[in-house]
Write a new protein. Structure first.
Length: 216
């Protein structure tokens, strides 16, 4: 089931979102809240009120939370048992679209590719920034794709992505700190979409499957 527009909600909460970002001294947090379609728990499930207040508990439609804790630190809680999953509704207008279709309706791709702990099976975290400025993340694990929360990227990668939204071509870096997926010894790419032939050629050396998904 889909809720009313997340853009409408975030516009209504604009000052509260900016307050959370300012309070934590994390300028990327505003982008993360909006792009991950996060909602403040107390505003959604408790008395809303009109006073501008600092919301410290934000949640996504996958049952994960982003908490602002002591010393203004940010903590991501995966599979947060405090949430009633039956009350969490989908706000993604791309919901149900194929991976290929989502790729064509996006302007950036953030790709993490690695091996499992036994260095036997491939694993991949593929994140798109849609034309609507929302993130959509897909995990390839044990031969299957499944849509997962963008919060699985972790704060380090989310902040890295937020700081490079104007990438003109593509970038590649080593990434040894993957927060919530079973990948090790990974490489990370960031590319604009549709991708350049040079990037597709480079990516194809690592994964023909991924190059095929991103190919225009």
């Amino acid at each position: 089931m889909r809720s009313p527009s997340i853009e409408w909600l975030h516009a209504k909460l604009d000052r509260r979102i900016r307050l959370a970002s300012s309070y934590t001294d994390v300028p990327e947090l505003e982008f993360i809240i909006r792009a991950c379609r996060l909602k403040p728990y107390d505003y959604i499930f408790e008395e809303k009120g009109t006073k501008i207040s600092l919301h410290k508990w934000w949640f996504d439609e996958f049952g994960n939370s982003l908490d602002i804790i002591k010393s203004k630190k940010i903590r991501i809680v995966y599979n947060d048992l405090r949430l009633d999953r039956k009350s969490v509704i989908c706000t993604d207008l791309y919901a149900g679209l194929s991976l290929d279709r989502v790729a064509k309706m996006s302007r950036l791709a953030y790709i993490i590719v690695g091996k499992d702990e036994d260095e036997y099976q491939d694993c991949c975290l593929l994140t798109f920034l849609g034309l609507d400025e929302h993130l959509r993340t897909y995990l390839y694990w044990q031969g299957e794709w499944q849509q997962v929360s963008p919060l699985l990227l972790g704060m380090k990668d989310l902040k890295n992505l937020a700081s490079k939204l104007d990438v003109k071509h593509y970038q590649m870096t080593e990434n040894k700190e993957i927060s919530a997926i079973p990948c090790i010894s990974s490489q990370t790419w960031l590319s604009y979409l549709p991708p350049s032939p040079a990037f597709l050629s480079e990516l194809n050396k690592q994964s023909e499957m991924l190059a095929g998904i991103l190919k225009p």
